[in-house]
Every structure is written in C-alpha cells, then in structure tokens.
Design a binder for this molecule. Structure first.
Ligand code: URA
Length: 222
C-alpha cells in the first residue's frame, strides 16, 4: 500500500491544515542560535507572554504586569525586586520614589535612563509590597533569564537582597554580596550587588557605599 501521510489525507479532504501559531509567529522558544528577530521583537514577545502569565497567584491582584523598560541593547541592566503600587498602576518599573533615586544614580553614571534597561525579579506586584515568595521567584525566573539572554548587557546591577540572592543563587546577606565583582551564569556577565534604592531612602547614610558599588560596576564593564 502506498505510504500516505495524514496531512495529505486532510488536504485531499479539503481540511485546512492546523498550524501551531505560536511556533510559526514567534521565535521566542527557538534556541538562541536559531533566532532571527531583533532583541526589541523578543522583548516585546516576552512582555506579551508576561501579560498573560498565570503561573503564580500574583496575576489575580495585578493591574498591570511590569516586564521591563529600556534600551533593548543596553550595556547596563538594573534589576530590582518587584513592582510596587505605582509600577503596578503604570506597568513601568521604578517609577515611584525609589525609581527617582535610581534615576539619579543612573545620571551620576553619566547615563540616561533610556540608555539602560530596568526590570525586576518579579513581574507582578506582591500584595501590600510583601517580600517575594520562593515559588513566585521560581516561576518568574525564566522571564528574567530570557531578558538577560536577549539583552546581553555588559554589566548587571542587582538592586537589593532579592535580586542579588536570586541572580547569584546565594543566601548571603546583601552586605556580604556587595563589594565583589560576581559573574552571571554561563554568560559570564559581570554582576555587582548593591543596596536597593528603597533602602537608601530609609538609610541615606549608605549612599556612599552604593556610589562605590557603581564605580566598581563601571570599571567592570566588559
Ligand atoms: N522597587 C522595586 O524593586 N522595583 C520597582 O520597580 C519599584 C520599586
């Protein structure tokens, strides 16, 4: 008997062939070496995916997901903890008081916010700004990893304990993680850990240490 594949049968019967839209319209799932789209395209696709994400319970309380903002090929990647109330309202990271301080830090580096990329470990706001839970971090981690993979920054600045511990797979306190040049995963991107701008608002005396960390970051640009 002649060998006929089922697609031929369906075509002969007049059925339109089913196409996996996801795979034909996006290369987000392709191995990095097979991707053909621009970084901006990938980041846009990722943001759409995050917008419909229901992998943890935080989706139910969000007004907006907050995937990230900035230059798709930024040299500097700043990573915070999770969106707060203002970020949830606007869908943009670091737009509240802590964000204003982050903007000043960026300007002090002779950069503008639009030169950099800014994101968080969690893409949805935890209720009452509570600390992220382990399962929330685990579910969200792939998005952050993909952002880093697409952007391939020359330096990562982890803002605060959660970002630093998540990225470095460490349980050491932020005071112990800052001051060294770490390396992020198999990409070997230099990573500096520093205090979170929200902490600086409460403890401005620590600003001097953050400046030292930023100077170290600048000197570590690969
Ligand atoms: N704090 C964060 O960690 N991220 C934000 O986007 C805002 C405040």
């Amino acid at each position: 008997m002649q060998n006929v594949n089922s697609d031929d049968y369906l075509a002969a019967l007049g059925f339109v062939q089913w196409v996996n839209r996801d795979r034909s319209s996006t290369s987000l799932d392709e191995a990095p070496e097979k991707r053909t789209g621009s970084t901006a395209d990938f980041l846009q696709q990722l943001a759409a995916r995050v917008e419909s994400c229901r992998k943890c319970s935080l989706y139910s309380g969000r007004r907006n997901s907050v995937c990230g903002e900035g230059h798709p090929e930024a040299d500097w990647l700043f990573i915070g903890e999770a969106p707060g109330a203002e970020e949830d309202r606007l869908g943009v990271p670091f737009v509240g008081r802590a964000g204003q301080l982050l903007n000043s830090m960026i300007i002090a580096l002779d950069l503008t916010r639009t030169d950099t990329y800014i994101t968080n470990v969690l893409k949805c706001r935890p209720p009452e700004n509570r600390n992220p839970k382990d399962d929330e971090v685990q579910e969200c981690e792939l998005y952050l990893h993909q952002q880093i993979e697409f952007i391939r920054p020359r330096i990562i600045v982890a803002l605060g304990k959660f970002a630093a511990q998540t990225l470095l797979k460490s349980s050491k306190p932020i005071g112990k993680l800052r001051g060294d040049v770490h390396s992020y995963s198999q990409f070997n991107i230099p990573l500096i850990a520093t205090y979170h701008p929200a902490y600086l608002l409460r403890s401005p005396i620590e600003k001097r240490k953050v400046w030292q960390d930023l100077v170290l970051a600048k000197s570590s640009l690969t």
